[in-house]
Design a protein around this ligand. Structure first.
Ligand SMILES: Cc1cc2nc3c(=O)[nH]c(=O)nc-3n(C[C@H](O)[C@H](O)[C@H](O)COP(=O)(O)O)c2cc1C
Length: 215
């Protein structure tokens, strides 16, 4: 190695070290950002859950007590259904199910359906959708009270014929000029109720697994 090449080697080493430090710094900032995003996401999910189930009615770690259910045939969607289990002193209180209606006007509508242990709906909220503003979007609580109409409903109230929009002979309102979005939501909530009724024991007995906060 000649003396003349030393400055070049030194510069290269320095550059390499700077690049390494930069990469390490970027990686740790990335990690921190990801942790913060996950924390924010968890807070957002918990807020949504607590809008449906009062925090005072359970005392377990709702976000940690979660399972995923795969039943594409039943739910008519390949996405697993996330189920947060609410318990009070270990006793089952409610299942908070994130289900996806596949048949919105513009595709998937993700819903949170809170069902108490007796099979009664605590509340339903639309978590995400792509329905048309002014037509299908009254499924959102921010746009209308329509979704509140599910509270206290069950498989007996109304009976299975009633679990449809009025246009289809059921009990739930459609919107002016928009039947597809509310129909998709009503059917998905009904499916969640049916699944809960048939599987409630298993839903609460299955050991929790770690899933992403947004399900
Ligand atoms: C551009 C466009 C967007 C629409 N978006 C929706 C929608 O988001 N949700 C919905 O239910 N219907 C939507 N519709 C209406 C449906 O095509 C369909 O006509 C309607 O849901 C049937 O309801 P009706 O029987 O009350 O007319 C849209 C129609 C058009 C032309």
């Amino acid at each position: 190695m000649s003396r003349g090449s030393h400055p070049i080697i030194r510069s290269s080493l320095l550059l390499g070290a700077i690049a390494l430090m930069g990469t390490a710094l970027l990686a740790s900032v990335n990690d921190l950002t990801r942790e913060r995003i996950i924390e924010q996401e968890k807070r957002r999910v918990l807020q949504q859950l607590n809008a449906v189930i009062p925090a005072a009615s359970y005392n377990n770690d709702l976000l940690g007590d979660v399972i995923e259910v795969d039943d594409e045939t039943f739910f008519q969607h390949p996405a697993p259904v996330t189920v947060y289990r609410a318990r009070m002193d270990g006793k089952a209180v409610a299942a908070m199910m994130i289900v996806t209606a596949p048949d919105g006007y513009n595709g998937d509508i993700r819903l949170l359906a809170g069902i108490d242990i007796s099979g009664k709906i605590l509340g339903v909220r639309v978590v995400s959708h792509k329905e048309t503003p002014g037509l299908g979007d009254p499924i959102e609580l921010e746009k209308s009270d329509w979704v509140r109409g599910f509270a206290n409903r069950s498989l007996q109230n109304p009976d299975s014929k009633g679990w449809a929009v009025k246009r289809d002979g059921g009990q739930f309102d459609q919107f002016t000029g928009a039947t597809i979005s509310p129909r998709a939501v009503v059917k998905a909530v009904h499916r969640a109720l049916l699944y809960f009724a048939a599987n409630s024991q298993e839903l609460f007995d299955t050991p929790a697994k770690t899933v992403n906060a947004d399900g």
